[in-house]
Design a protein around this ligand. Structure first.
Ligand SMILES: Cc1cc2nc3c(=O)[nH]c(=O)nc-3n(C[C@H](O)[C@H](O)[C@H](O)COP(=O)(O)O)c2cc1C
Ligand code: SF4
Length: 603
């Protein structure tokens, strides 16, 4: 039984009907069907396959891909502890342990009475208010032992989530520094009106003059992307807003969606005006599902105001609307071609490119995929003009950048700066002291040491999608890198061998070092693996996976060397430890039940 209010859970036939029995809606149908019982029984998968007239294997394949879809019973209360490195630094492991003990459940398992399951998940985008968790999809931050005790009691009493203290579910924006975007006060429709007055060509020219580059990481020129989609053959063009925000340590899109949704939707509509698109999708990460009702309300308001739908702002032929699609816990779906696969109701496997999405994207239609912040920024450009936008920032990085700041500092939160700001200035502003390192750009980004703190946030120096995690002198940079390596091994979609095997081997090496079994030769092997992953992976996930190790190994080598034993070689596989279970089963733990070292055998 779901803990969601029963009024919000629709029967399966209604769900299928509402989605028009469309296979492209498979992921959305699975997400909604799961609300019925909290998981997806085999009979539900069969009925979905029949309802969509697709093979059952396809349904199962999609259900098996996403970590928020369960094909086995889970607790009526599903607790997912956010497990970014910043949550760990704030003591999430101890809190998880306490909750498990109080509710008599093992981490990663479901209690015998089916009441609760407790496990971890990747970063939930709440690093500014961690440690955090999701309970049946609803976010709770600022966890401490008192709150954990109260939550254990509420679960024991089987209290519905709607009757839990409302304050638990408050997610703060924590905006600490505003600049052009966050200071923008715009009546909905103002930017759109301005762009329509400029005409499609004039508006695209304004975008070109702005030099706006994508804020999702790669920094591709937005106007070039829009012009390519516009010029691509095919009428039914598509605009996608990438709100997957899965990069550990990033949460600025959460704040834009929470408090600046009109800017985001208006930006999507501005893109549609330039490109000539009729359909828009906001791909919202599953972790942000709690934002869905308010986002739907903004869309409804915009439809009533004539800002979406037919003849937008009275402009004949300008028809465009936006639908929200949910993700379900797969970091790789932030990669634009995987995202498109997911939008089509498939597993999020990155496509082979070219063709690029602007030529062949959603259902083979020309598709623009832009980050939330990129789209919001276009409102500024429509209102103030491309030249004014290009006048701020640096030569190759126009405008401002939102940073999600977390870790060892007094004031974590959102900071907006013109591009070109130095790392040192940011550290000063957020109250960081004794800083040892900063991880910029999330797990896939770069790790900066103190001698680099005069470097600047800009595409030509330190590029970033927005994450800025601070580590003071007490932190162990090896453990930071190890956490990121675990993250990549978990999130690898498994499609290509170098990444599937490489991330797992890298994880094995890091664990071996952590366990005190490392030898010098392992560092050489790690170096070799890093190069393999970088050069042979199919998508950006695999090629970025070694970044945290490459940087920390180079800049914080003693953190690795401390873990090396003075041997030339030590096997990665501990055969004696592997036999522990057999010893337990046979109730033997005498010397004869253990493997002896080489020297001992010879005696
Ligand atoms: C593994 C992986 C995850 C990504 N995750 C995101 C994401 O969560 N949000 C995002 O905007 N871009 C993400 N990207 C980048 C997108 O592929 C794409 O470049 C971006 O959405 C384009 O938008 P922009 O031009 O506005 O930056 C990711 C890329 C990779 C390789
Ligand atoms: S690099 Fe990794 S995430 Fe990307 S396609 Fe290959 S296995 Fe999947």
């Amino acid at each position: 039984m779901s803990v969601l209010p029963s009024s919000t859970v629709a029967p399966l036939d209604d769900i299928l009907l509402r989605h028009g029995h469309q296979p492209t809606a498979l992921l959305q149908i699975l997400i909604e069907a799961q609300d019925i019982e909290g998981w997806l029984p085999a009979s539900t998968l069969t009925r979905i396959a029949e309802g969509l007239h697709i093979p059952r294997a396809r349904v199962e394949g999609v259900a098996g891909f996403y970590s928020f879809l369960y094909q086995h019973p889970v607790g009526r209360y599903r607790v997912l502890f956010s497990d970014n490195i910043t949550d760990r630094m704030l003591g999430n492991a101890e809190l998880l342990d306490t909750l498990c003990r109080k509710l008599w459940v093992e981490p990663g398992k479901t209690s015998e009475d089916g009441l609760v399951s407790i496990t971890t998940t990747s970063c939930t985008g709440l690093c500014d208010q961690g440690p955090a968790m999701l309970v049946n999809g609803r976010a709770i931050g600022q966890l401490n032992h008192r709150r954990i005790n109260e939550i254990a009691e509420l679960i024991r009493q089987q209290r519905p989530l709607d009757l839990w203290p409302a304050g638990y579910f408050r997610v703060d924006d924590n905006i600490r520094r505003k600049d052009a975007l966050l200071n923008l006060e715009m009546t909905p429709g103002m930017a759109l009106g301005a762009a329509i007055r400029q005409g499609r060509d004039g508006w695209l020219a304004g975008m070109q003059a702005s030099n706006l580059r994508g804020r999702g990481g790669a920094g591709f020129a937005t106007a070039v992307k829009w012009a390519s989609a516009r010029n691509a053959p095919g009428e039914a063009k598509v605009i996608v807003c990438n709100a997957d925000e899965g990069e550990p340590g990033t949460f600025k899109d959460r704040v834009l969606l929470n408090s600046y949704a009109d800017l985001v939707f208006e930006g999507m509509t501005l893109a549609a005006w330039a490109v000539g698109a009729r359909d828009g999708f906001l791909y919202l990460r599953g972790e942000y599902r709690y934002l869905l009702p308010q986002l739907e309300a903004v869309l409804a308001r915009r439809r009533s105001a004539g800002l979406l739908g037919q003849q937008i702002l009275g402009e004949a032929g300008f028809d465009f609307d936006i639908r929200i699609h949910l993700g379900a816990g797969a970091y790789v779906c932030g990669e634009e071609s995987a995202l498109i696969e997911s939008l089509e109701g498939k597993r999020g496997t990155p496509r082979i490119r070219p063709p690029f999405p602007v030529i062949k994207g959603y259902l083979d239609r020309p598709t623009v995929v832009n980050n939330v912040e990129t789209l919001a920024k276009t409102c500024l450009i429509a209102l103030q003009g491309g030249a004014a936008f290009a006048a701020t920032g640096t030569a190759q990085s126009a405008g401002t950048k939102l940073l999600s700041i977390s870790g060892d500092c007094a004031a974590p939160g959102i900071y907006e700066y013109p591009f070109g700001v130095s790392i040192a200035r940011i550290l000063e502003d957020c109250g960081a002291s004794d800083t040892q390192a900063v991880q910029v750009g999330g797990a896939a980004g770069i790790c900066l040491a103190t001698y680099e703190f005069q470097r600047r946030i800009a595409y030509e120096d330190v590029p970033t999608a927005g994450a800025f995690m601070i580590f003071d002198e007490t932190r162990d940079l090896f453990e930071v890198a190890r956490a990121f390596v675990h993250f990549f091994a978990h999130e690898s979609c498994g499609f290509c061998t170098p990444c599937r095997v490489g991330t797992s081997l890298l994880k094995g090496f890091m664990d071996k070092l952590a366990d005190g079994h490392g030898a010098k030769a392992d560092l050489a092997d790690i170096d070799w693996l890093d190069r393999l992953l970088k050069n042979a992976s199919h998508c950006g996930l695999g090629s970025a996976a070694p970044n945290p190790v490459i940087d920390t190994l180079q800049k914080f080598r003693p953190a690795y060397e401390r873990r090396l034993v003075s041997l030339d070689f030590e096997p990665a596989f501990d055969l004696d430890a592997a036999l522990a279970e057999a010893r337990q089963l046979t109730a033997r733990d005498d010397a004869g039940a253990h493997l002896h070292t080489h020297g001992e055998n010879e005696k």
